[in-house]
Design a protein around this ligand. Structure first.
Ligand code: PHB
Length: 389
């Protein structure tokens, strides 16, 4: 027998069953972040990343005793490139865990990979309802929201304000459609009606043809989903068209989230519904906002909160298995049962792994989304069609 052969034999016999966990715990944990760092959602991806890394740093850069290597990939919110991008993270970059993304179309490639390969996926924004319904999975977790949740909260709150008829304006893709369905359901629950949905393709910002139609629709309010750069433009164009004082504009909170400085006076008074508000009077929120501002040099927003909580949820899982990612049943059980001490308020996950959370009613005032009430308390996505053992 050659020396090499003997050496191999000796190693195999000595290490035996210990080899895999020892290796798994010694090597850095590879976390693949697939997020938009360009395009209309670039700022959202940046804030998620900054807060995710902030929490890792608070833990000394380690999870479950293992150093963490973060790999970043710009998905540009492009659904067509998504399968190739996921493939790159898994096969070229050898990611052990996937974290992503912002866009509801792009996230489906991540969900598919997580379902097929069992790789853990933490969604720090994209609200596609399928991830919490028909396509839920033991390995898929969300620290953000389902699109239905903020839409429902806004519809319910609007009906409670006495509005009877409203219209929904949005980009023509899953997030806009599903938030509109939540808005419709919330209005209906309060005895009001969604009369029409007006759309334009994502990520276009030529809003003029839609704005021109609004005064003739016979509605008392306009609800909208736009986010990032598109939300800045929509809110400004709405005011410039002279609609602000004629037809109240409201929406899911993304419309005024992380955008108020750029929207200026055009955003003043806009009411939105979201699972977060800047001045939420929760001790964890004050500490978080101060730390984020010190690190990033800008104010935190819901995207930062969701990124921070993705790191907290991952930590709950990886700590429980002491870094052994092969112990996936125990990893997933720990994540499923975690109580996350979030800046939005502590939350747990529903049976389909989506936060059960308050949806706050907010009003934009002086550059802040001020919480003025609770639109829907401890709201869970219905989880229709999700079957998890
Ligand atoms: C989504 O596509 O699910 C989405 C994108 C941006 C947001 C919210 C939801 O701000």
């Amino acid at each position: 027998m050659t020396r090499r052969g003997l050496g191999g034999l000796a190693l195999g016999a000595a290490a035996g069953a210990l080899a895999r966990p020892a290796l798994a715990q010694g090597a850095p944990l590879r976390v693949g972040l697939m997020l938009p760092y360009s395009g209309t959602f670039a700022q959202l991806g940046e804030n998620i990343t900054t807060a995710f890394e902030m929490h890792l740093a608070e833990r000394g850069g380690k999870l479950g005793g293992r150093a963490v290597t973060v790999i970043k990939l710009d998905d540009a919110s492009d659904p067509a490139a998504a399968p190739g991008n996921v493939n790159r993270l898994l096969n070229r970059d050898k990611a052990d865990v996937l974290v992503g993304t912002v866009h509801s179309g792009v996230v489906m490639a991540l969900v598919q990979a997580a379902r097929e390969k069992g790789v853990p996926l933490l969604i720090p924004n994209a609200g596609n309802v399928a991830a919490s319904r028909d396509l839920c999975s033991a390995s898929v977790f969300r620290t953000s929201f389902s699109n239905w949740q903020p839409g429902f909260g806004m519809g319910k709150a609007l009906a409670a304000m006495g509005v009877k008829k409203a219209v929904w304006v949005t980009w023509d893709y899953a997030a806009g459609k599903e938030q509109g369905e939540g808005f419709r359901d919330g209005l209906k629950a309060g005895g009001a009606e969604l009369v029409q949905v007006l759309t334009l393709p994502f990520p276009e910002t030529n809003f003029q043809p839609i704005l021109a139609q609004l005064p003739g629709l016979g509605v008392e309010a306009v609800g909208a989903f736009f986010a990032g750069g598109g939300a800045v433009q929509f809110v400004r164009d709405y005011a410039a068209a002279g609609l602000r004082d004629k037809l109240p504009l409201c929406g899911s909170g993304f419309l005024t989230e992380g955008t108020l400085a750029a929207q200026g006076a055009a955003a003043e008074g806009i009411r939105t519904a979201l699972h977060y508000g800047d001045g939420l009077d929760i001790p964890k929120n004050a500490v978080f906002r101060a730390a984020f501002k010190a690190k990033a040099g800008r104010e935190a927003d819901v995207y930062a909160v969701q990124g921070y909580d993705a790191a907290q949820l991952l930590a709950a899982g990886v700590d429980a298995v002491k870094g052994d990612m092969d112990a996936d049943a125990a990893l997933f059980a720990a994540m499923r049962g975690a109580r996350i001490d979030s800046p939005r308020g502590a939350f747990t996950l529903s049976a389909s792994h989506n936060p059960v959370q308050n949806i706050y009613l907010r009003e934009a005032r002086g550059g802040e989304n001020k919480v003025i009430g609770v639109a829907a308390e401890a709201l869970a996505d219905p989880g229709t069609g999700c079957k998890l053992a």
